[in-house]
Write a protein that binds this ligand. Structure first.
Ligand code: C5P
Length: 226
């Protein structure tokens, strides 16, 4: 699919939990001077609000209302909820699991759609998540789908947590990642699947810098094929 002339370009980066897409997307946005959308943070913010307000993960209507009303903004890629920084609160395993549970509801996804598309402003956008290339920006100029084994992803998450001084258990992380993968890829609404025109990149044995360079090279070829 080609990018419409009137619309700023979008690089869509999708993939499973802990595939490195957040860091990679942010680096690419910074390098290109593009805007950055961490769509998972929107689902996480709604999940955090739901936990704080005792809204059940099965209450689609109440969750959709929360998603429409939630006061979320971003500063340097970090989420603010009603002006307060919630970066760390959003990364807990409880919020991760709750986000993937609430993300199954079509009404919640619909409530977040316009918010995500509003990030598409000049000079361009790097958007990361699960359905950037399939649902939110189907006309993205470049779609990349990152994969890595669940073991490699659990290992990466483990190192991140230990580096931050947060105690972690590798078996528990692996179990959480597998559960989230299964729920994200088998749900009916916008499941985690590569778009038919996405470039698949297995990052198991690649560094963040190698993946970032590979995606930037793909972007340059699409953007300036001469
Ligand atoms: O990307 P991240 O791990 O922060 O996303 C948290 C959860 O939000 C995912 O497990 C997924 O269920 C949901 N999500 C989604 N669609 C997106 C981004 C995230 O369903 N575009």
């Amino acid at each position: 699919m080609t990018t419409s002339a009137a619309q700023p370009p979008v690089i869509a980066i999708d993939g499973p939990a802990a595939s490195g897409k957040g860091t990679i997307a942010y680096n690419i946005a910074t390098t290109l001077g593009y805007h950055y959308l961490d769509s998972g943070a929107l689902y996480r913010v709604v999940a955090l609000r739901a936990l704080e307000h005792d809204v059940g993960a099965g209450d689609a209507a109440a969750l959709a209302t929360l998603a429409l009303d939630v006061d979320v903004s971003f500063r340097a890629g970090r989420a603010l909820l009603g002006g307060r920084s919630v970066g760390d609160a959003l990364r807990t395993e409880a919020v991760s699991a709750a986000a993937s549970r609430i993300a199954i509801h079509p009404a919640v996804r619909a409530a977040l759609l316009a918010r995500q598309r509003a990030f598409r402003t000049p000079p361009g956008l790097v958007a990361e998540g699960r359905d950037m290339g399939t649902v939110v920006f189907p006309d993205a100029s470049l779609k990349v789908f990152l994969t890595a084994t669940a073991e490699a992803r659990a290992e990466r998450r483990y190192k991140q947590l230990i580096d931050k001084g947060i105690p972690a258990n590798i078996d528990g992380l692996l179990r959480d990642i597998r559960e989230r993968d299964l729920r994200d890829s088998t749900r009916a609404a916008a499941p985690l699947v590569p778009a038919p025109d996405a470039v698949l990149l297995d990052t198991t044995d690649l560094t963040i810098a190698e993946v970032t360079d590979a995606v930037l090279a793909l972007h340059c070829v699409r953007h300036d094929p001469a």
